[in-house]
Each structure stands twice: as structure tokens, then as C-alpha cells.
Design a protein around this ligand. Structure first.
Ligand code: SF4
Length: 223
């Protein structure tokens, strides 16, 4: 487990390297982001962006998506995994947004989690990225990275989320979500993490304890 000075240093370096991190899911409105996040479960952001680049110019409101109908919507998202169930969830979500929220995406965890296809992780992404709240959505990347670094050792995503929420300084909390995801996606990958290129390798438990033990010749190369 990292101490507070180490945690501050880790996020200072992430901030210096990428001062304005954000999601790679292309969107212009909270509703577009919500659809994109529902589509992104077990799919790549690139694949989702390819589909929404055609969908959103045609339909980017709950009513417009309902007007497409199930088959019409599937025509735009059929390249994405689990598109059948995702289409159903999106249509039901559109229906409920119109019925309960005048067609707007609610800025409220309980209201978000009441929507089909929206669990705690998706709600956190919406609260963070669409509404600017300092919450952290723990996906597979953040779960792995937080455990490897020793930042938030936890057995479940919720445990990791709670520890991260507690230990990350307020000044970094809003952007921490994106820094950790991007770090996991491009540097601290599941297989073959790029430890020698990693800007926090001198602060990482995994690198210090395991990689160094296996390869004593490896030294910190990033500054
Ligand atoms: S040193 Fe390696 S394991 Fe640690 S955060 Fe960097 S890439 Fe991940």
C-alpha cells in the first residue's frame, strides 16, 4: 500500500504527462455518452466509435433512437459484441428517460443505476465524465493497475473503488479515473506491461517486488 507522498507523486506524474485526460468514447452530449458506454461493455472504444459515428448523426436523442426501432438500431450496432441485448437495453433506457426524466440523462447515481444496462461502473463514468463529479469507475484496467501498483489493493472492483476514493488527493480525483484507464490500456497492459517505459515504475510494487526480483538487471529507465 502506497503512502500519501507516493500517491501524490504518482498522480503528479500522470498529470504532468497528460494534463487533460478524457474518455476515448466519442460523444457530444450526456445522452450520446450514455449510449456509447452501454455499447462499450466487453467491446473496444474504437469499435463503439465506428458504430456511433454513423448512428449519432441519424439518432442522438431518446426519441430518435426509439423511432429507429429495434431492427433499425441493430443495423447500426451489429458489429459490436452482445448487440442484441445492448439494443434492448438502449431502447428501454430511452423509454425510461422520456418517461421519468423528460428525455434527459439524470445527474444522480440511483436514477442512473435504475436504467437497464447501467450498473455502478457505467453510472460512475457518467457522473465523472458527463457531470464532472470526482468519482472513479473501476473497470478491468483500473482494477489491475491499482492492484499492481499497490495503490488500492482490493479483491473486488468495489473494494478498489472505495480505497481509491479514500486515498487519492482531491486535486487529482476527477481525472484519476482516466489516467488509470489510459495507463492500463497503453502501458500497464494485462500481458506484458511496459514496465521499463512506465513513468511510475520506481513507485510501483509490481515492478519493485516482482519484475526486479525476476530480472535483477532491470533498472528504472523513465524519469
Ligand atoms: S511498473 Fe509495470 S506493473 Fe507497475 S504500473 Fe508501470 S507498467 Fe504497470
Amino acid at each position: 500500500m502506497k503512502n500519501s507522498a507516493e500517491i501524490h507523486e504518482i498522480f503528479s506524474r500522470f498529470q504532468a504527462a497528460n494534463p487533460k485526460p478524457t474518455t476515448e468514447l466519442k460523444h457530444h452530449t450526456p445522452f450520446e455518452l450514455l449510449v456509447a458506454v452501454i455499447l462499450s461493455a466487453q467491446a473496444t472504444d474504437k469499435g463503439v466509435n465506428k458504430a456511433t459515428a454513423k448512428l449519432f448523426p441519424v439518432a442522438n436523442t431518446p426519441q430518435a433512437i426509439l423511432d429507429l426501432g429495434e431492427e433499425g438500431l441493430k443495423g447500426y450496432i451489429k458489429t459490436i459484441g452482445l448487440f442484441n441485448s445492448k439494443a434492448k437495453n438502449i431502447l428501454q433506457t430511452c423509454h425510461l428517460l422520456l418517461e421519468w426524466h423528460d428525455g434527459r440523462v439524470p445527474n444522480d447515481r440511483a436514477a442512473l443505476e435504475a436504467l437497464p444496462g447501467v450498473g455502478r461502473k457505467t453510472a460512475n463514468v457518467m457522473l465523472n465524465t458527463a457531470f464532472g463529479q470526482p468519482v472513479i469507475a473501476v473497470d478491468t484496467h483500473i482494477f489491475r493497475v491499482a492492484n499492481r501498483i499497490g495503490l488500492a489493493p482490493g479483491k473486488t472492483p468495489r473494494q478498489v473503488e472505495d480505497i481509491l476514493t479514500r486515498v487519492i488527493p482531491d486535486e487529482f480525483k476527477h481525472d484519476a479515473h482516466h489516467w488509470l484507464i489510459l495507463h492500463g490500456r497503453y502501458v500497464c497492459t494485462a500481458r506484458n506491461p511496459r514496465c521499463q517505459d512506465c513513468l511510475i515504475n520506481d513507485l510501483c510494487d509490481y515492478y519493485q517486488k516482482i519484475v526486479k526480483a525476476e530480472s535483477p538487471g532491470l533498472k528504472k529507465t523513465a524519469s
